[in-house]
Design a protein around this ligand. Structure first.
Ligand code: 3AM
Length: 184
């Protein structure tokens, strides 16, 4: 359907964390991350990719999230870099989650329950908390970069789940916040 939007659920970065991470990755002496960077305003930790969604699905999802998101707010601590599918053949470079991974997984499970209640097909792939920083095409061996990259010392307070629209074009994806559902 022409009016369908490409949606996903994520934990968003607050302005302080986003600015701290932007300064960290671009500080003098930091190793260069190759590929097409995800611009800082779009930084997020994906909880559930939804794909093309009608207005009705969007509304059902928001109602289901209000019911399913019963978790308390929590903090996430970060590590260094990782890569999908693996560092020797990296196509996505991401910042690792060091603490709060279990809480993120719990949140992803609640998002999954809400998505299925709203009529989306169940997600079969395992959840892997990460914050994508760059996409690399063709793939590169980034083992050395991943091994040497220092840990980002910032912390993120996760206090809500954000519903994003992903608008793709030749110059990459742009993410727009549509709705936000607060944690307890
Ligand atoms: O959070 P990141 O950047 O890792 O890769 C896409 C991005 O993840 C992922 O959803 C996020 C927002 O676009 N994505 C895109 N298509 C997907 C799909 N078909 C997907 N995840 C799962 N299945």
């Amino acid at each position: 359907m022409g009016t369908d939007r490409r949606l996903f659920l994520a934990a968003a970065l607050d302005d302080d964390t986003r600015h701290a991470l932007a300064s960290f990755v671009s500080a003098p002496g930091m190793p260069w991350i190759p590929g097409r960077r995800v611009p800082p305003p779009g930084w997020h930790i994906t909880l559930r990719f939804l794909g093309r969604s009608s207005t009705l699905q969007h509304e059902l999802l928001l109602a289901a999230l209000e019911e399913e998101l019963t978790q308390a707010r929590f903090d996430v601590g970060f590590g260094g870099l990782g890569a999908f599918p693996y560092p020797k053949k990296a196509t996505v470079v991401w910042l690792a989650v060091d603490s709060g991974g279990n809480e993120l997984e719990e949140l992803a499970v609640a998002c999954e329950r809400a998505a299925v209640r709203a009529g989306y097909e169940p997600e079969e792939r395992p959840f892997h908390p990460h914050l994508s920083l760059a996409r690399v095409r063709p793939h590169q061996d980034l083992s050395a970069l991943v091994e040497q990259y220092p840990e980002f010392p910032g912390r993120l307070r996760v206090d809500s789940v954000v519903l994003y629209e992903s608008i793709t074009s030749n110059s990459g994806a742009r993410y727009t916040e549509l709705d936000r559902v607060a944690l307890r």
